[in-house]
Design a protein around this ligand. Sequence first.
Ligand code: NAD
Length: 293
Amino acid sequence: MTAKILEGKYFAAQIKEKCKQDIEMLKTEHQLTPGLAVIIVGENPASKVYVANKHRSCEEIGIYSEVIELPASTSKQALLDKIEHLNCDPKIHGILVQLPLPEHIRAAETEILNAISPAKDVDGFHPVNVGKLAIGEEHLVPCTPYGCIKMLELADIPIAGKQAVVIGRSNIVGKPMFHLLLARHATVTVCHSRSKDLANITRQADILVAAVGKPHFVTVDMVKPGAVVIDVGINRIADKKLVGDVDFEQVKEVAGAITPVPGGVGLLTIAMLLHNTVKAACIIHQVNVKALE
Ligand code: NAD
């Protein structure tokens, strides 16, 4: 059996098209243009590429986009002041601070991210939004796990009643993935670096999500035949090649469906950032957001 390949670009295009239509409606019916501000501190080349991609994606679908480039020497207070200014800026509905921060302010990362108003926290990292997700009130949800869920939903892959296993317990991927799957009535197990007999657990999974950060970590013997395998990992190996956490070539021979890397869930992350920006604009302006889902 060869797995169905879940191509990220196919699902990302659907999400972006829906955002574009919602934005046109907001512009014509509510005179509202959703706005995203991305702050980048310093000269990290990879961060610059990510920020440029986000800016271009916003422009493509009609989101107003501001990129705020601050020098690497920016103090914690100056950054907090900038965030406070954006919290009050009516043109801006989503604020994102590109990580990693320069060394001298890295220890203050949590304080800096928590300074973003929960209403404009399109990354979904603020404790208020984390708490809402944990009690089943999804507000602004972290983009990568949200993208995984959207992909399952758009691919008509049932979640309710399924055994789901998430490998990884980070605040960015593993834990929100747990909450999203649980809220959709899966029976969810979260594994991590101290889990024992991992393969025995992962072989139970109808839906297996790998968010570990280790190339080819999930091998074919860890996957139940027919399982849906979502590979969140992005790992650079020799010759600058990108691979996921899953041994794609082997696992695709037993899985029912599988996401490739590159070209898988990574593409959904930006799409969900756009979705969250539109959603934040709707909530701030009290436009019915149910229609966006
Ligand atoms: P992280 O380092 O914060 O977390 C890794 C998790 O893996 C930890 O919870 C750890 O307990 C677990 N782990 C490590 N070794 C393990 C082992 N031997 N057995 C079981 N669990 C083990 O990483 P993260 O931020 O969650 O990211 C995970 C991967 O996803 C990385 O490759 C990252 O680049 C990628 N990622 C991709 C996107 C995207 O847009 N596609 C977004 C975020 C992260």
